[in-house]
Design a protein around this ligand. Structure first.
Ligand code: NAD
Length: 367
């Protein structure tokens, strides 16, 4: 061995010796994670989202398995039980959720029912001793969100909200670009999300079940994005509502545009609708450039762009699988979820301020 190669060899050996404990810790941690039992998840509400997104995503998770069902439609039960191999004893109705307390196969209940039922189902699951993951929007009032948090706290169970975009590598990169000020400080965030809603008789158009219209359903994604990209809480909001079809949208909002100002001076311009196609973007404008996603909030196929033309791409992931795996890990490691009940409550509180601003025409402080 020459003197140079010997020196190189020694340097590498020393580096390997220093790195070895860290590598072995990482391997041990990875092995421990692999060998962890999967937590049992029960789906409460077997509608479109459960059938098309959540149940297939559960099959892709590392730390979850579909182990129970809560449904009001016994006719759906047989097909679901066969497809996902669920025993009869793990199938419940909305009224028999308290019996879950006796079922050790169920650790978490994922509430996927209409918005105004999230509270009842969350509280029933927590009282049966189960952790709860609840779809967005968390509920239809701040008081209901508070009751859900209190019920989970009283039962010493965790509560998470289905903010899947917070697990998307593209959205995580938006946060990094903002936080590290790669284009300087962010000044303005533009975001919009909407679609043309069909069936005029569906629960999404009924105030008692939905709580609100486009804002509660999809506008909440823009609100969330403005909060996690800015890393701040809005101080004040102004808003305007427009209805072109007062019959179909008799009970809930059709189109709302709002503006929120944040403590650092960031301004978010957001809009949402139930009556136009192709709206789904978020863009952050900073001192020296911009970065954004369009589409931004789809289940897949979202695209990033940066003003400097550098690539803004990540491998596609299943956001539903990622959020459920994360929640299982939060339970296993006894840590708070980044999409906790408190996060859900904050959004509902701001949405109530947006409705008030639209109704009164005044700027509303977020107290
Ligand atoms: P859906 O109408 O397809 O399903 C709702 C389910 O709730 C059905 O199984 C229905 O039988 C049941 N249900 C129980 N009581 C009911 C009642 N009184 N009236 C009507 N239905 C009742 O709705 P969905 O699209 O599956 O939405 C469910 C929840 O998931 C909503 O809170 C929605 O905001 C949320 N969601 C989230 C995403 C996301 O990307 N995270 C996407 C779609 C829906």
């Amino acid at each position: 061995m020459t003197r140079t190669s010997r020196r190189t060899f020694l340097r590498h050996s020393a580096a390997a010796a220093i790195a070895a404990p860290f590598i072995s810790t990482r391997i041990t941690r990875a092995l421990a994670e692999e060998s962890r039992p999967k937590l049992g998840w029960a789906l409460c509400g077997l509608g479109g989202l459960s059938e098309n997104q959540i149940a297939p995503a559960l099959l892709k998770t590392k730390h979850c398995r579909l182990s129970g069902l809560v449904t009001g439609s016994p006719e759906k039960t047989r097909e679901w039980r066969t497809r996902y191999d669920i025993p009869d004893r793990s199938v419940y109705s909305y009224d028999s959720m308290s019996r879950m307390a006796e079922n050790p196969d169920i650790d978490v209940v994922y509430v996927v029912t209409p918005n105004a039922l999230h509270g009842d189902h969350t509280i029933a699951a927590a009282e049966a001793g189960k952790h709860v993951f609840c779809e967005k929007p968390m509920e239809v009032s701040v008081a209901r969100c508070r009751q859900m948090i209190d019920a989970c706290d009283a039962a010493d169970r965790k509560l998470g909200v289905g903010y899947r975009c917070q697990f998307s590598p593209l959205h995580i990169e938006m946060i990094r670009l903002a936080r590290e000020e790669e284009f300087g400080a962010v000044r303005v965030i533009d975001s919009a999300f909407g679609f043309r809603i069909g069936d005029p008789d569906q629960w999404r158009l009924k105030k008692d079940l939905a709580g609100g219209g486009a804002l509660m359903d999809v506008g909440v994604y823009c609100l969330q994005a403005s909060r996690y990209i800015s890393g701040e809480e809005p101080l004040v909001v102004t808003a305007m509502e427009t209805k072109t079809d007062p019959v179909k949208f008799r009970e809930v909002d059709e189109t709302i545009a709002w503006q929120a100002t944040f403590p650092s001076g960031i301004v978010a311009n957001c809009s949402t609708t139930y009556n136009a196609e192709g709206m789904g973007r978020v863009k952050a404008h900073a001192e020296r450039g911009w970065f954004g996603l369009e589409p931004a909030f789809h289940y897949g196929g979202n695209k990033g762009t940066r003003s400097d033309g550098k690539p803004f791409e990540f491998p596609e992931i299943d956001m539903f699988a990622a959020q459920m795996d994360d929640f299982s890990q939060c339970i296993l490691e006894n840590r708070e979820s980044k999409v906790s009940g408190l996060e859900g409550l904050k959004d509902v509180k701001i949405m109530m301020a947006i409705y008030e601003a639209a109704a009164t025409g005044r700027a509303v402080d977020i107290a």
